[in-house]
Design a protein around this ligand. Structure first.
Ligand code: ATP
Length: 197
């Protein structure tokens, strides 16, 4: 999977719609202090499903919405879109677009190629491609120190993500839940059959 474009509107300091084309290879963001470098990285993590406001340097999720300045009023919503190039097993590539939008006081919603999807679907899409909101490939300030100081369980999670198997844990939990529900249904069915005999 490759990120081709990042589009933002109303996200943190990016109040006006902005579009960045991300070329193949290593991408670095440079600029003066406070120009919004970290905000760009946070926008990528946010659209990938980041659920913790703290890891986006905010107190609540609404803090990602442009809060206004002396010159400009605050915005009511923020939207971030990622255009992705996905490579399939047979080597063929397709484009996909993931969008996350948040309205002040109303929470956020996700779309994948125009269809409404859940946060979980988006997180799985990235986990299967060996990336995601917590990927060590997105190197923000302080991240290298955090990786060095990580506990063994945290390192394991990073390795699992890099191997593209992080999504298997979620699927296993889902499968176990379905299995338990099916077992309960079978038990109930047995009871009913017993009552009919
Ligand atoms: P540095 O090089 O100092 O780390 P940076 O280029 O990474 O800075 P960011 O931390 O991305 O800069 O951006 C900080 C700017 O974003 C600040 O001016 C801050 O006021 C602004 N900002 C953050 N959240 C919002 C928001 N919700 N609304 C408006 N502006 C915001």
């Amino acid at each position: 999977m490759r990120i081709r474009r990042l589009k933002l509107a109303g996200f943190k300091s990016f109040v006006d719609p902005a579009e960045l084309v991300i070329e193949p290879g290593l991408t670095g963001i440079v600029g003066p202090n406070g120009c919004g470098k970290s905000n760009l990285l946070e926008a990528i993590r946010w659209v990938m499903g980041e659920a913790s406001p703290k890891s986006l340097r905010g107190g609540g999720m609404d803090d990602v919405i442009f809060a206004g300045t002396a010159q400009r009023p605050a915005r009511a919503f923020a939207e971030v879109a990622l255009a992705l190039e996905r490579t399939h097993g047979d080597g063929a590539t397709t484009e996909a677009e993931v969008v996350r939008r948040i309205e002040r006081g109303a929470g956020s919603a996700y779309r994948l190629d125009g269809r409404d999807v859940r946060q979980k679907d988006v997180a799985l899409l990235f986990a299967d491609a060996a990336t995601g909101a917590h990927s060590p490939a997105l190197v923000s300030q302080g991240r290298i120190g955090a990786i060095i100081a990580a506990r063994p369980a945290e390192r394991r999670a990073m390795l699992e993500e890099a191997a593209g198997i992080a999504g298997l844990h979620v699927r296993r939990r889902d499968a176990e839940q379905k299995l338990r529900a099916t077992e309960a249904n079978l038990e109930r069915l047995d009871q009913l059959l017993g009552e009919m005999d």
